[in-house]
Design a protein around this ligand. Sequence first.
Ligand code: PHE
Length: 448
Amino acid sequence: MEKRASFRTKLGVIAATAGSAVGLGNIWRFPYETGQNGGSAFILIYIACVLFLALPVMMAEFVIGRHTRTNASHAFGKLAPHSWWKYIGYICISAPVIIVGYYFVISGWSLEYVVQSLIPGGLSAQSAAEYNAEFNQFISTPIKPLIWIFLFIFINHFIMIRGVNSGIEKAANIMMPVLFLILIIFGIRSMFLPGFDEGMKFLFQPDFSKITPNVVIRAMGQAFFSTSVGMGILITYASYYSKSTGLGRTALTVGCFDTLVSMLSGILIFPTVFTFGISPAQGPELIFITLPNLFSQMPLGWLWSSMFFVLVSLAALTSTISLSEVSIAFLQDARHYSRRKATTVMTCIYLSLATLCSLSFGALNHIRIFGKTIFDACDYFSSNILLPAGGLFISIFVGWYLNKKLVCRELSNDSSKKPWYFDILMFCLRFVAPISIFLIFLSGLNLM
Ligand code: PHE
């Protein structure tokens, strides 16, 4: 049998896994969720959700992936032969394909905004209303967004085709430090803005009266999305970990890094927003409408704006890489495709899906799936149904079905000593995670 690829260095393990976690969820979704849900109280709950929900599920995925050293679908079959668990593997394979379809669309938009920021007169609208009109016109024309989306998919393709070490690991080792550097530069710049104090208060001074059940549920959903758990990505990545990779330590490092990046993007965005006296509770259009408008009113606005969208594009790319790896690894294992063939087949699927999602803002807007456009349906179906379902079953699988000794051995790298967090982890996987995820699920379906 062909030897399975494995990440070469410890840094590669962290960079690739953190790269999967850090994405649009941190820079696009986290700020507007925080803004809409009352600021720092939301953040406190979010951090608790990362610690007690997302990290346990992440470790569960690591255990499954590293123990079986195979793709997310086969892993379940290997650990639970002749059972229905293999169907859970199928959820884990399909969720990332659906997510990546619409993820590429937003990623493509961010490339367009890099270029628009750089060309003279590119982002020259005079008011938020004009930026709004420009954005809506851009996303609803058929061809222009597709050019950027295809370009993004091709960049993704050329990284993926190079395989686990020269592709994924190398790209993460280069992109993650650049991404972090850009965030630090923005953080320093924020300190000199008049809205800095107000922005910091909004982020770090909790107002507990703002906490409602809905805020808790939104924070849980954000924690899952942002750490990329619940869909087999981390099972696939962990299948490339070596026997000496500390699973608990890796999960904690990735969770902390992901949260730090979300905080830094909050520090980037809120002082800017308050400097211009704008409400922080904007929806998803925050980064494509409000921010370009604000940047354009600042000295060297083109520089800040282009740097910001480079940041968004890098963050998106490290996530699309991980999202696409799940099905590429599956095709390589299940059908014995070469890396090149598996990547090419998946790229063709992504091109078609992303085209449908992109056109759903214009030409295909009339096509509705349960009343939603194709883009919205993909987002809704994956974030509210597949992702929680994946997380729920993964936690039940490791918490209740798998042999406890196997889990313990895997987490302690085959030593006889039980890791200090083992009992807490099992408690979270058995009770806290399934119950909480079930609640997210109900609320996502508007049943609560
Ligand atoms: N975690 C990524 C983000 O924060 C998105 C993602 C979600 C990636 C689910 C993979 C799986 O944007």
